[in-house]
Write a protein of this length. Structure first.
Length: 201
């Protein structure tokens, strides 16, 4: 029952994000780099599985033009290298990070960063640590992708319009972004409460 409720909230998050961004002039471009895996298990299986789940969730937001990078040479935890790869691929944002398996625990450390030179904000960084099965990390991907969507939408709207010399966004567009942020925050809070209830049960 709790799993079904969490899935419903995640679905609502995707559904509410889509209408708010459908009128955007163009999709925000994001590259998803291969994940660095530290584990005694088969790294190929883990890397592929995590990349598939993250990419599908990012794509479902309806916000991004997603580029999935499969070249293992681009896998990195270095901010500078990730930005360099993103710029060479002509994307606006890069999502990258690592997965570490230690005994019965697991840690997922992901970052999202703008490739634009005039971007003044800090990169988004999310770290999820669990003791237990790898399956316990998977539900956190919904949280991660929701935050990536909000981070990129605000970063793209506030920085690239200025850099390109385009007119500043109108009041209605700013209100749309504010509404989107409020809805995402409310849904993230609801999702966290449901997970807390499920853990206590």
């Amino acid at each position: 029952m709790h799993i079904a409720k969490i899935s419903l909230v995640s679905a609502l998050l995707c559904a509410l994000l889509m209408p708010a961004t459908a009128s955007a002039k163009g999709a925000v471009k994001i590259a998803i780099l291969p994940i660095v895996v530290h584990s005694a298990d088969d790294p190929t299986f883990l890397r592929q599985g995590l990349a598939d789940m993250i990419a599908s969730r990012v794509d479902q937001l309806g916000v991004f033009d997603v580029t999935r990078v499969d070249d293992l040479e681009t896998a990195t935890t270095s901010l500078e290298k990730a930005v360099e790869t993103g710029r060479s691929g002509d994307v606006d944002f890069v999502l990258f990070g690592s997965f570490t398996r230690f005994g019965t625990g697991a840690s997922l450390d992901m970052q999202c960063v703008s490739t634009h030179k005039d971007f003044e904000g800090d990169p988004l960084r999310e770290i999820f640590v669990h003791s237990g099965s790898i399956g316990e990390v998977i539900p956190d991907l919904d949280d991660l992708v929701g935050k990536v969507g909000r981070f990129a939408i605000h970063g793209f709207g506030s920085k690239t319009d200025v850099a390109s010399g385009a007119p500043a966004a109108g009041t209605s567009e700013q209100q749309s972004d504010s509404d989107l942020a409020a809805r995402v925050e409310a849904l993230e809070k609801a999702l966290a409460e449901l997970r807390s209830t499920a853990s206590a049960a």
